[in-house]
Design a protein around this ligand. Structure first.
Ligand SMILES: [Cu+2]
Length: 133
C-alpha cells in the first residue's frame, strides 16, 4: 500500500507541475502587446477618420506590457496620455513616450484597470486608446 500511495503522490506532483508550467506559459503569451503608427500619419489628418495608431484601440489584461513603436518611416511621433479638445492637447501625465524617432520604442506596463486615452503631441489629430481589463 505504501508503494501505491507513493506512486499516486508522484503522479499528482507531476500533474501539478505541468498545470503550473502551462498556466505560466499562457500568461507570458498574452501579456505583451504592441502598438505601431500608420505610415504618413503626420502629413495628413485623414488618418483620424481611419486609424493613426495601429491598433487605435487596444484591449489588454492588467499587467500587460505594451510596446509602443514609431513604425512610421516618414516622421517622428509621441504616445502621450490624455485627450485632445479640438486642437488643444490635455495631458493627464499618466505616460509619455516623448518624441520617438523612426523605429524607436517606448514600453509601459499597465497594472491598473481602466481606459487610457493618448495622442501625439506633434499631430493632435492622432489619437488612440488602451483599455485595460
Ligand atoms: Cu505624430
Amino acid at each position: 500500500m505504501a508503494t501505491k500511495s507513493g506512486i499516486l503522490g508522484l503522479i499528482i506532483g507531476v500533474a501539478t507541475v505541468l498545470i503550473i508550467v502551462s498556466a505560466v506559459g499562457e500568461n507570458t503569451d498574452s501579456q505583451v502587446s504592441e502598438i505601431g503608427i500608420v505610415e504618413e500619419s503626420g502629413f495628413s489628418q485623414s488618418c483620424a477618420e481611419t486609424d493613426c495608431y495601429t491598433p487605435s484601440v487596444l484591449t489588454i489584461k492588467s499587467g500587460t506590457v505594451v510596446t509602443m513603436t514609431n513604425t512610421d518611416e516618414t516622421g517622428v511621433h509621441t504616445f502621450t496620455s490624455g485627450t485632445v479638445d479640438g486642437q488643444t492637447p490635455i495631458s493627464d501625465g499618466i505616460f509619455d513616450s516623448n518624441i520617438l524617432m523612426v523605429g524607436d520604442s517606448y514600453e509601459r506596463k499597465f497594472s491598473q484597470k481602466g481606459t487610457y486615452d493618448y495622442y501625439c503631441t506633434l499631430h493632435t489629430w492622432m489619437t488612440g486608446q488602451i483599455i485595460v481589463e
